[in-house]
Write a protein that binds this ligand. Structure first.
Ligand code: SF4
Length: 333
């Protein structure tokens, strides 16, 4: 049954983690540091992953304030504070969301990450990137920043989406699973927690394929996971496949069934950073039911309560994934 420290939810949410470890509710400020991505600038491709919007999966980033990170962050914080009761002292996570946020010259990365960490309201930064964009000099920069800001955290978010290479090829992810494993191993050595993004409902994937990804992640044991519903967005190549009738979007019932099975099989100490996902309404082609995020979350919580189930209910401890001699053992982040 759900742990009392999960704040009444049937899974270990980021909210619960923040309350337990930071003694605060935290808010994410989504940022656009105006980087690009090797899947878009011609290094690996020009059209990006087939589901990625022109905004580089960062359509909720503040951005209106332009490229200056200090101004953008201040604007994002101002917007969040405007919705909070005056009595609440906010704690912010600066979320480098749009595109690949370690894909820029080192001095620029140092400048934007330092700027966020120096803000007194920011308790840590979360950097969305790709495992093939974490060269040693970037890892050393992150390590250096960790030492310089010991009271704050630095997280890395990796868009794995699936462990199945055939799906990875179809979505044009552009790197192999071994690349992801090597990056996780190095981040583990540097004590930098990893949050893995997984997409539920990718074309051609069955519930059992998705479960294989979840069980693999149990063995890898990252700090956190995002279980995102596949959103079909306007202007993406995925939209063309969908419009041509090559695959169906998940129904709400199908999605909740898969999501609950994933949660039941997931280790109870992996933090759930997101379920559902945020498809920008103006770009969302399907599934349209997902636009009502509150309804999806309420349905999820109600169903899990009715089923008397929770994260980890079917979890069985497994051995870490086998890896070659170049990759180190994985432990708890
Ligand atoms: S790696 Fe991320 S930013 Fe780049 S194309 Fe894929 S989803 Fe978009």
């Amino acid at each position: 049954m759900p742990e009392t420290t999960w704040l009444g939810k049937p899974y270990y949410s980021l909210d619960a983690w923040c309350k337990k470890n930071l003694h605060h509710k935290c808010y994410k400020v989504a940022l656009n540091a105006h980087m690009t991505c090797p899947n878009r600038d011609g290094t690996l491709g020009t059209r990006g992953c087939i589901f990625c919007s022109a905004g580089g999966s960062g359509d909720f980033a503040v951005d209106t304030a332009g490229v200056d990170m200090e101004i953008q962050l201040a604007e994002g914080i101002r917007r969040i504070e405007a919705k909070l009761p005056r009595t609440e002292s906010p704690c912010m996570i600066a979320y480098f969301q749009a595109y690949t946020n370690t894909y820029a010259p080192l001095p620029y990365l140092k400048k934007v990450f330092t700027c966020a960490l120096e803000n007194h309201l920011v308790c840590g930064i979360s950097i969305a990137t790709r495992p093939d964009c974490l060269p040693e000099e970037v890892l050393l920069l992150l390590s250096e920043l960790k030492q310089r800001f010991p009271g704050k955290f630095i997280w890395i978010e990796l868009g794995l989406q699936t462990i199945h290479e055939r799906t990875a090829d179809f979505i044009r992810r552009g790197y192999r699973l071994s690349c992801f494993e090597t990056a996780c191993s190095r981040l583990r050595e540097l004590d930098i927690p990893v949050i893995v993004h997984v997409i539920l409902g990718l074309p051609g994937e069955t519930k059992s394929d998705i479960l294989e990804t979840v069980r693999y992640l149990n063995r890898l044991h990252p700090f956190g996971i995002k279980l995102q519903l596949l959103h079909i967005l306007k202007g993406t190549d995925l939209e063309n496949h969908f419009v041509n009738g090559e695959f169906d979007a998940l129904t709400k019932e199908e999605y909740l069934d898969i999501l609950i099975t994933c949660l039941e099989n997931l280790s109870p100490d992996i933090v759930i950073h997101r379920v559902t996902g945020d498809g920008p309404k103006k770009l969302l082609v399907a599934p349209l039911w997902s636009a009502d995020k509150r309804d999806v979350l309420n349905s999820l919580h109600r169903l899990m309560k009715e089923k008397h189930t929770c994260q980890g209910k079917l979890f069985q401890h497994q051995e870490p994934p086998r890896r070659d001699s170049n990759t180190a053992e994985f432990d708890r982040m």
